[in-house]
Design a protein around this ligand. Sequence first.
Ligand SMILES: Cc1ncc(COP(=O)(O)O)c(C=O)c1O
Ligand SMILES: N[C@@H](CCOP(=O)(O)O)C(=O)O
Length: 545
Amino acid sequence: MESLRSSAGGVAGSCAGLRSNTGASPSHRVCTTPVCVARSSSTGHRHARRAPEPPKAATVEAKVDQDGDASRGLERQGSIRDRAHKRAPLDKGHLFRAKYVPFKSVLEGDPWNSEESYSLDEVVYRAKDGGLLDVVHDMDALKQYGPEYWRALFDSRVGRTTWPFGSGVWSKKEWVLPQIEDDYIKSMFEGNSNLFWAEGFGRQLGMSDMWVKNCGISHTGSFKDLGMTALVSQVNRLRSIKPDAVQAVGCASTGDTSAALSAYCAHAGIPSIVFLPADKISLAQLVQPIANGALVLSIDTDFDGCMKLVKEVTSVSPIYLANSMNSLRLEGQKTAAIEICQQFDWEVPDWVIIPGGNLGNIYAFYKGFKMCYDLGLTDRMPRLVCAQAQNANPLYLAYKKGWEHFEPVKAKTTFASAIQIGDPVSIDRAVLALTATDGIVEEASEEELMDASARGDLTGMFNCPHTGVALAALIKLRERGVIAASDRTVVVSTASGLKFANSKVAYHSREIEGMSCQYANQPTPVKNDIGSVMDAITAKFSAMK
Ligand SMILES: Cc1ncc(COP(=O)(O)O)c(C=O)c1O
Ligand SMILES: N[C@@H](CCOP(=O)(O)O)C(=O)O
């Protein structure tokens, strides 16, 4: 707790009464940065001296309202950012803290007290021994506030436009990048993505509780926006406090990271450079960074080759690395898992199936679920499934060997082009996520993933081939009886099907060699007369004769 007190600074001072006089359990305390939601309803004064009852969602919501614009006569005075600035003056000190530590120390336990650590204001991607880094939070500080508090606070922020909490990522700011001032945040109100009951698809598999988390319904059409708002916001801060440290931001990409990076950089006015494997990403993905004004490098190699190049370039120049090797990204991405718990009223699903490529996201989901569990918002962890395309399956091969040995592969062409990755950067993170959750890795052939995707569409989705990989994994695990009929299962849909229209066209045109395309649905050419139109309709729906 010492760390909490010493770091609390101005906020602790301003809320001293609340802290020292409560005698209540930590869950009774309701003050946090940057918006202090503690306010006496009887006196109207902020920072009430008596601890209130543990906040219920509605109570906290009302108090946030009181702290909001309406009660302060700030309507229409400036932007929502201006109003947030008036509401929550900057540099009050921070209750909550995060820093980089070697990922190795996460494996060893007690990472917060790791001997090696770095401020998030440093430009650093690797530990001294060359291993991955991880962002860790001062969990003792967060534990000062009980689960009721966090649930109520997060629930109170959903569906609002209050800066920056209207974003699904920044609504969890205290758990993401707690120290960043709101003024540096570059957000397009990402997250809060829909989680829907996939009734029809589930029914086909005899399941009554099957769900799809639609992370692709997002600003640039993939889950990458969640990580990119965190990373670009921190870069925005770095460029302000260390003007020469970052001149541009770069990433290697199979199409979605580049789209998110270029959009968020354009939004922030920061130059971006994307390293793309030539002819290996969809046209819809390619046009995104072009439209956002990025320097688009179309390189005669595959994703793994691009990744190697961007690592070299970012190690010798003031170009900041935006791939998920940079653990900042995962802090944003983990909020999708927190959202799933929140959307189920803080109940944890039995299974969560996630398509995996560079393997940052499976670890991000693990982190989100783990934080909810460690802070008492949920009572267990889900079992995670990582789904890989058979043509790019290094994780699957390692899993099959009992995690004895990991060998990168040369990834072959797959319709799930965004996960055509043979040497995933986050392999160690993925192994932790899976072993700690009694997880499973499953693979899908090209035919399995395209058929599963088409089946999903036939129940109302318009999903991408990577979601097809996850749906195919679910089908296989159901067939083998690993996932039971009554298990609550979430398939994470990682991108919009609209980005991958080319693969759908190929499937429905039955143009794919060696694939029967059993769910193909082709357009019917019809002459411009009522008789031909009726013939076509009755041919399809004979009952209408
Ligand atoms: C659409 C899509 N799905 C899944 C993934 C896999 O995520 P990760 O690389 O974090 O494993 C990616 C990117 O790799 C992606 O773009
Ligand atoms: N699918 C990704 C591949 C790179 O992953 P990252 O999460 O490490 O950036 C992409 O769209 O580029």
